[in-house]
Design a protein around this ligand. Structure first.
Ligand code: AMP
Length: 600
């Protein structure tokens, strides 16, 4: 009976997906109609629509906005005015996104009804992975999920991250014991160190039942494996003695773990010690969790920097990047979980929101100087005109293969024609729903003089240099960068945390090879960068190698400033002086590019 239920769920899930994607265009029109019927009378939309619900009028009159434009409305609601400023339904709480506005977190309205809709995305991912991996129902996921303490607006509305909201929901609490090896108390523990320790411990105790390993973003999984490197001795000692370390003081964690760590288990401790005691941690995930069929974590966009590391630890366990979404809206899911992690596309779900796509062009030599909303000029140029004009956002039915777009969303929670800030490339269609590859955040750029180096360009350039290191047995664990402009000319500085594949000890770095890595990065950057370098308007690129754990300290720094560990994305480019200080405090060696000629 249980198997029958699962087969039906699985088939139903596929049927829902097929129906949604086949009717993508119609559903999008219906979503817009419904949104307008509900919300045309709000203070915000009345300004542009005067109470009318006509879709064309919406496209002609409602402006395309950024968070900054609607922030005054959000602030009024947060300070106690009615939700009706933005939407007809009452706002149940605010979602805190990982983006900031003027140093403050962005607050995205949420309604009870919409929260249910968002959780639907998760139920749709299930039938997809079940199609590719057998036997998932026979085991559990070793989750590495965390929650963050919420806060309140002056009017008393709760502010939480989307993941906290989900993990604290009754539906997750009910399903967690069936699907996760981590007891719910360990996920809900607000002390991240205790939470991570207990989730790893219970995952090790139940290692034979683990069929998948899951964190929201790849960076969290990478961090957890490093944590395991630092704590496996202690974890094994707990397993050997059957006694949980005293520093786990959270009562929820202690009680929940005590139900699983019920007796001394020296055989299991020996096995784990034997695996972890190996000099090389290549394939550690496969060795520790031999039944794991896949790793479930977002590894596209900035997370792509973790692919080679997770491949190394995974030992052949496939990396699946399940979905693409944000605090503002769910966008799409990955229908081909086994696709190459560098080529993942997400199929947009037409019922999640009303989507428009603003064509953007990547400029060549002459980069656009359009001012971007986080105060940094973007190198993506777009022209926004209304729907009567020529250039402007297009809808689901009019996107073109190969074109780059910035996604603009109209949600059920009071965002109208809102620029999310992500650049996507159209790679195909599933039925009538477009599939997009994530390209980059539009606003993350390094900039000196006329040069604007984007996140995607930097990732690509570092990817080229990284390949130079790999045959020597080194792996780039993670990186960041900043524009050092205190001296003239300024330079780009990269921070790299490296790992030696064969051992936990890192041998001495070869200065010549490291300098070559700097040159490869420079050579891989674009024409503007190279011309400015050659004209000495940008100084030689500098590479600072940091010691093991420095990027953990960076994550801790951002978490202490309010970031959520679940939704933490290692910044490719750092703007905060304090964050640069954290990385500088871990620098062990510095190298400079010795290249001087680029264009001849
Ligand atoms: P947040 O609102 O804090 O959850 O952050 C949402 C942002 O994370 C998105 O706008 C993207 O920039 C990034 N993001 C989310 N999912 C993915 C994904 N699958 N691939 C790449 N970037 C993603």
């Amino acid at each position: 009976m249980a198997d029958q239920m699962e087969t039906n769920d699985y088939e139903n899930g596929w049927k829902v997906l097929e129906e949604l994607t086949e009717n993508g265009h119609r559903i999008q029109e219906q979503v817009l109609e419904e949104l307008l019927m509900r919300n045309a009378g709000t203070e915000y939309l009345s300004r542009f629509l005067h109470g009318q619900t006509d879709k064309q009028l919406f496209k002609n009159n409602v402006p395309i906005v950024t968070y900054e434009d609607i922030k005054p409305c959000i602030d009024r609601i947060a300070n106690g005015e009615t939700s009706n400023i933005l939407l007809a339904d009452p706002i149940s709480e605010f979602i805190q996104s990982s983006g900031t506005s003027g140093g403050q977190p962005k607050l995205i309205p949420m309604t009870a009804e919409n929260f249910e809709k968002k959780t639907l995305e998760l139920t749709l991912v299930d039938p997809i992975v079940k199609r590719y991996f057998d036997g998932l129902e026979k085991g559990k996921t070793m989750s590495l999920f965390f929650v963050k303490k919420g806060s309140e607006t002056p009017s008393g509305l709760t502010v939480r991250t989307l993941s906290s909201c989900y993990f604290m929901s009754d539906s997750f609490k009910k399903s967690a014991p069936k699907i996760c090896t981590s007891p719910i108390e360990t996920i809900l523990c607000l002390d991240h160190k205790q939470s991570m320790y207990c989730q790893l411990l219970t995952g090790l105790l139940r290692r034979d039942h683990v069929v998948s390993i899951s964190s929201i973003f790849g960076s969290v999984l990478a961090r957890s494996i490093k944590f395991l490197e630092d704590h496996w001795n202690e974890l094994c000692s707990n397993i050997r003695t059957g006694y949980l370390s005293d520093w786990i003081t959270d009562l929820g964690c202690r009680n929940a773990v005590s139900l699983i760590l019920t007796r001394p288990n020296p055989e299991l401790a020996d096995t784990i010690e034997h695996i972890c005691g190996n000099e090389s941690w290549e394939g550690i995930i496969k060795k520790l969790w031999p039944e794991a069929k896949y790793i479930n974590s977002v590894i596209t966009g900035t997370m792509s920097q973790y692919i080679s590391l997770l491949d190394f630890y995974g030992g052949g366990v496939p990396l699946v990047s399940p979905s693409y979404g944000s605090s503002e809206s769910t966008f799409g899911i990955n229908l081909t979980p086994l696709s190459n992690p560098y080529d993942v596309s997400y199929t947009f779900l037409p019922n999640m929101a009303y989507f428009e796509f603003l064509p953007v062009d990547k400029d060549g030599g002459e980069k656009a100087q359009e001012s971007d909303f986080d105060g940094v000029s973007s190198q993506w140029s777009s022209e926004i005109t209304n729907a009567n004009g020529n250039v402007g956002p297009v809808d689901f039915a009019n996107v073109k293969l190969g074109q780059y777009y910035e996604v603009v969303v109209t949600t059920f929670t009071g965002l109208y024609r809102y620029r999310v800030g992500d650049v996507l490339k159209l790679t195909g269609f599933h039925n009538n729903s477009p599939q997009f590859q994530f390209v980059e955040r539009r606003n993350t750029v390094l900039s000196i003089d006329m040069d604007k180096t984007s996140e995607a360009d930097l990732l690509k350039a570092i990817g080229n240099a990284k390949r130079h290191l790999e045959p020597l047995g080194f792996m780039l664990m993670t990186f960041s960068s900043y524009a050092e402009t205190s001296s003239i000319p300024g330079r780009y500085v990269l921070f790299w945390e490296l790992k030696f594949k064969e051992s936990t000890r890192c041998p001495k770095l070869d200065a010549k090879i490291m300098e070559q890595c700097c040159s490869i990065v420079e050579e891989s950057l674009d024409f503007t960068y190279k011309s400015l370098r050659e004209a000495n308007k940008i100084a030689a690129l500098e590479l600072r190698v940091v010691k093991h754990g420095t990027f953990d300290a960076l994550m801790d720094f951002y978490v202490s400033k309010g970031a959520s560990i679940n939704q933490y994305k290692t910044p490719c480019c750092i703007k905060s002086e304090e964050a640069v200080k954290v990385l500088n405090s871990g620098v062990v060696e510095k190298f400079f590019s010795s290249k001087t000629f680029f264009l001849s």
